[in-house]
Design a protein around this ligand. Structure first.
Ligand SMILES: [Ca+2]
Ligand SMILES: [Ca+2]
Length: 93
């Protein structure tokens, strides 16, 4: 029971870290500042976020992080793009 609670707390903390990262990173990758990420921007953005996520995950599991490949980036973009218009808005993340 106590362990479950501790685990939940850890997960919540991690999610907070990730969403903070997304906010911070987002602004850097919306190169033209138009409020959404086009294909090039979202590829750059997603590979950075996925790698950060992987690094955090690897650290928490005490293992070496693996390299995020193109395919994973592509899949993550497709999943994020709710309305399938090829652009990612902050709301879609
Ligand atoms: Ca943009
Ligand atoms: Ca979209």
């Amino acid at each position: 029971m106590l362990q479950d609670l501790a685990q939940e707390k850890n997960m919540a903390n991690k999610n907070t870290v990730i969403s903070h990262l997304i906010d911070h990173v987002w602004a850097q990758y919306d190169y033209d500042g138009n409020g959404f990420l086009d294909e090039t921007e979202s590829r750059d953005f997603m590979s950075v976020v996925l790698q950060m996520n992987e690094n955090v995950l690897a650290k928490s599991m005490d293992r070496d992080p693996v390299e995020i490949d193109e395919k994973e980036v592509h899949v993550a973009i497709e999943q994020a793009d709710d309305n399938k218009d090829g652009k990612i808005t902050k709301e879609e993340l």
